[in-house]
Design a protein around this ligand. Structure first.
Ligand SMILES: *Cc1c(COP(=O)(O)O)cnc(C)c1O
Length: 426
């Protein structure tokens, strides 16, 4: 069977049933797994044998879903987490400790911005937020001897800016650190960051991967391409013995699998942000139609963006697929099949009129969500980003009048009619 095309991988990767086994991925709703001898169990704890023993660390349902996402991204290893927040926290904390520093785009998702800028700081890890549009010579200046990673989002939430993957991969690698990219909005259907030199990818599976707004989840995927041993002094957690795991040196013992093995054996063991097998099952159902849904999300979003752009009452529209967009060129390079279903726009008259408009919509609903089948919207300045000061809002590129619209997979004429009737009323 040929499995080389991404649509086929969405359906067939992950769970591979043997003769007589369940056709669809079973939910292994069990905390623990049985062994016949004490010795067999001991070898699992020593990481000498592979097998399941406790669902906080590994579960067959979760592993099948992680394997599917890993195949879609073209990685060597993946791990599910309980949320996108947990995925981004683990992705950084797996290679940074107190006294370390990393660099992140200032345009990232509000929750991640707060995690990196406030909570990680309490752990002694410093993050410098940078303007992702600066030229390489300017960005160079932010690297320090203790810098351990660079982080960005393929398509930023909520400003829908496109991250220049190759530029940042070059920068990170010339300083001997990995580039970590949150690929939530693009999904591996529209962009596979590893093909552009990115080392580690994270996801909030809560969004398009689930696609139906039923389960919160996250995932980390490793390309296996970053050579930890070549930068031995920078990453002692991977390149020196782990006393909490019988003196294992992850990079020596597990090679390309080192990063995900450490994240599982150490971080998941200690922090326990485990995905529930039932939710992993839902993610798998979403993944089976991801390729179909992304196509429709993108088609609808482009039509909606073009409609909004022509309306007198609209001040501006931000969608990478619009030729007028400053990211159009980057989107043509990295997002040939389309970007995502999310767009941002502002209404003339600012905050008050934006709220009037939102309250008059009938089909589109106001929810704290994006990237599911139903059209929805949100005003970040009054919702997701309300903890940020005006200065921080500006730094994150979130205008006070910005409305984030997540275009669903309804008939696009119905979506446009709804927007038109609400605009007519203000
Ligand atoms: C939603 C989101 C997150 C956080 O994910 P949760 O699953 O809500 O924890 C992280 N990054 C991006 C780009 C997101 O859109």
């Amino acid at each position: 069977m040929s499995m080389s095309r991404i649509e086929t991988k969405c359906i067939h990767e992950g769970w591979k049933p043997e003769k007589g086994a369940a056709r669809q991925l079973p939910v292994y709703q069990s905390t623990t797994f049985k062994y016949d001898s004490s010795d067999e169990m001991g070898r699992l704890f020593d990481l000498e044998a592979e097998g399941y023993f406790y669902t906080r660390l590994q579960n067959p349902t979760n592993d099948a879903v992680a394997a599917k996402i890993c195949a879609l991204e073209g990685g060597v290893g993946a791990m599910l987490t309980s949320s996108g927040q947990a995925a981004n926290f683990y992705a950084i904390f797996n290679i940074c400790e107190a006294g370390d520093h990393f660099i992140a785009s200032s345009s990232i998702y509000g929750g991640t911005y707060n995690l990196f800028g406030v909570t990680m700081k309490k752990l002694g890890i410093e993050c410098t937020f940078i303007d992702q549009n600066l030229p390489e010579v300017e960005l160079e200046k932010y690297f320090k001897p203790n810098t351990k990673a660079v982080f960005g989002e393929t398509i930023t939430n909520p400003t829908v800016s496109v991250f220049d993957l190759e530029k940042f991969a070059r920068l990170a690698h010339s300083h001997g650190v990995p580039l970590i990219v949150d690929n939530t909005f693009a999904t591996p259907i529209n962009c596979r960051p590893f093909e552009w030199g990115v080392d580690i990818v994270t996801h909030s599976t809560t969004k398009y991967m689930d696609g139906h707004a039923v389960s919160v989840g996250g995932c980390i995927v490793d390309s296996g391409n970053f050579d930890w041993m070549a930068h031995k002094d920078k990453f002692p957690g991977l390149t020196t013995p782990d006393d909490s795991y019988h003196g294992i040196t992850y990079a020596e013992r597990f090679g390309k699998g080192a990063y995900i093995t450490k994240a599982t054996a150490q971080l998941m063991r200690d922090f326990g942000s485990t995905q529930s097998p039932q939710n992993a099952f839902y993610i798998n159902l979403g993944l089976e139609t991801l390729h179909l849904r992304m196509e429709r999300h993108c088609e609808n979003a482009l039509a909606v963006a073009k409609f909004l752009e022509q309306q007198d009452k609209i001040a501006w529209v931000n969608y990478p697929g619009l030729e007028s967009n400053p990211y159009f060129e980057l989107s043509q390079k990295y997002l040939k099949k389309g970007s995502c279903g999310v767009l941002a726009f502002g209404i003339k008259g600012g905050r008050e009129r934006s709220i009037q408009f939102m309250d008059r919509l009938k089909l589109a609903s106001i929810v704290t969500h994006v990237a599911d089948s139903k059209t929805c919207l949100l005003h970040p300045a009054s919702h997701t980003h309300r903890q940020l000061t005006d200065e921080q809002l500006k730094e994150a590129g979130v205008a006070p009048d910005l409305i984030r619209l997540s275009v669903g997979i309804e008939n696009v004429d119905d979506i446009i009619e709804d927007l038109a009737q609400a605009l007519n009323q203000i």
